[in-house]
Design a protein around this ligand. Sequence first.
Ligand code: NAG
Ligand code: NAG
Ligand code: NAG
Ligand code: NAG
Ligand code: NAG
Ligand code: NAG
Length: 423
Amino acid sequence: MRRLVSWATTSFLALCHFGYAPAASTPGVGDDDSKIAPKVFIVSMFAPEANVWYQNLPQSGLGDLLAENISTAGLSMLFPHIHCVADHSICQVTTGESEINAAATVMAVALSDKFDLRETYFLIGGIAGVNPKHSTLGGVSLARFTIQVALQYELDVRDMPENFTTGYFAYGTRAPNKYPTTLYGTEVFEVNEALRDKAYVFASKAKLSDNTNAAAYRARYKAAGAVYAAATEPPSVVKCDSATSDVYFSGDLLSEAFENVTTVWTNGTGKYCMTAQEDNATLEVLVRVAIEGLVNFARVIIMRTGSDFDRPPPGVSSYSHLLTNEQNAFGIAVENIYNAGIEIVKGILSDWNCTFKQGVKASNFVGDVFGSLGGEPDFGPGSITGGKPLQPNGASELLARRGSPLSRTSMRRRGHAYVPPRD
Ligand SMILES: *[C@@H]1O[C@H](CO)[C@@H](O)[C@H](O)[C@H]1NC(C)=O
Ligand SMILES: *[C@@H]1O[C@H](CO)[C@@H](O)[C@H](O)[C@H]1NC(C)=O
Ligand SMILES: *[C@@H]1O[C@H](CO)[C@@H](O)[C@H](O)[C@H]1NC(C)=O
Ligand SMILES: *[C@@H]1O[C@H](CO)[C@@H](O)[C@H](O)[C@H]1NC(C)=O
Ligand SMILES: *[C@@H]1O[C@H](CO)[C@@H](O)[C@H](O)[C@H]1NC(C)=O
Ligand SMILES: *[C@@H]1O[C@H](CO)[C@@H](O)[C@H](O)[C@H]1NC(C)=O
């Protein structure tokens, strides 16, 4: 049943000078007082990323996240509560680190009957390894793409053919730097670019933390010249993309290999600048529950802050860079999650009625490599749903058939040997 737009809402909307009308009174969001309908849900991956919000949010006047602790089945045993401010406008969860924890926790939140997340903005905010070509220690990135870069075959370099540039090559291919022909569906996600651009404007108001020791390590990249110019600058907010890998890789060769994977898998659009262990897992869950109408995938913001460079400055070995040299940026990276993130939260809350409640219309494709949410991906082999969104409750047979072990035809048609998924 459609709800009538109340007089109060109508008269209020008349004060908003926007052409973008609300989606014919979204039925029910916020009506059911038994459900918590946060405007912003902050997703942290481990304790320091969460603590910075608990410690600082009260001073912003937006509330205390420890005002309400909520348990729900399936959260991490290390982080067994969702935390919300008293008026429920902001909630936060800590997933636990790496892909498995991120996916499991976000699924628990999304399927919890304690929440109504249909209008909620998800702000994924974590520290990351940073590519010196695009950002720096303490730098803040806002992504359009996330790429699960290590979802590939791997040969140890001592075993690989002599003409390979890396031991990683995509499923269903015979050499590095090719588009995968076997897709698991989590390879690449694309989020709402118009929302990302608004978040960028908000985050750019922040005064970012820095320290002299991090500045000293940054300065060592000057010797490489223009290619690492971004590394030598003080922290700023940049627009570039986030790689996901459970493997904490480091050094020139792996970093360059995964940078190439990002370029190839996003068909040249993605710019790899941060590497972390969770984003794709979180996004896979949000795509799945968006199919069921439980969340809106156009309301996801991926923010990462650089805590360590993914590769060494000239003259430093990869081993020393990773393990013995102190880059001194963990603290500023954590602080900058809050410094930039609070501006995004304030921006969303203060313009909720006129902009964010209705949503920021995406002008780009949003979703996964299958095209599960409808539309035509601007990367990958194209929608395998014919551009249509999948129906809830498993009602779209198309992908279910593709997933069946009895159907290998789609693989054969593409002229590739069937590669059994490992499980
Ligand atoms: C919520 O949990 C935190 C510890 O994680 C605790 O400090 C706080 O007092 C709790 N809040 C309530 C309302 O119980
Ligand atoms: C590597 O060399 C083999 C022949 O030894 C050739 O078939 C293959 O195409 C080469 N691969 C690349 C990536 O150059
Ligand atoms: C990870 O997500 C990014 C976009 O968010 C997407 O481009 C990439 O393909 C995903 N990778 C995997 C392996 O899912
Ligand atoms: C990355 O791609 C560039 C350009 O195609 C290539 O020259 C380089 O060898 C690749 N690097 C790795 C590690 O595969
Ligand atoms: C937004 O709208 C709600 C109800 O429609 C109203 O209570 C609230 O004061 C409005 N907020 C602002 C900032 O105008
Ligand atoms: C992306 O690149 C692959 C491999 O080159 C190609 O098959 C595919 O059609 C391209 N997709 C788009 C949307 O351009």
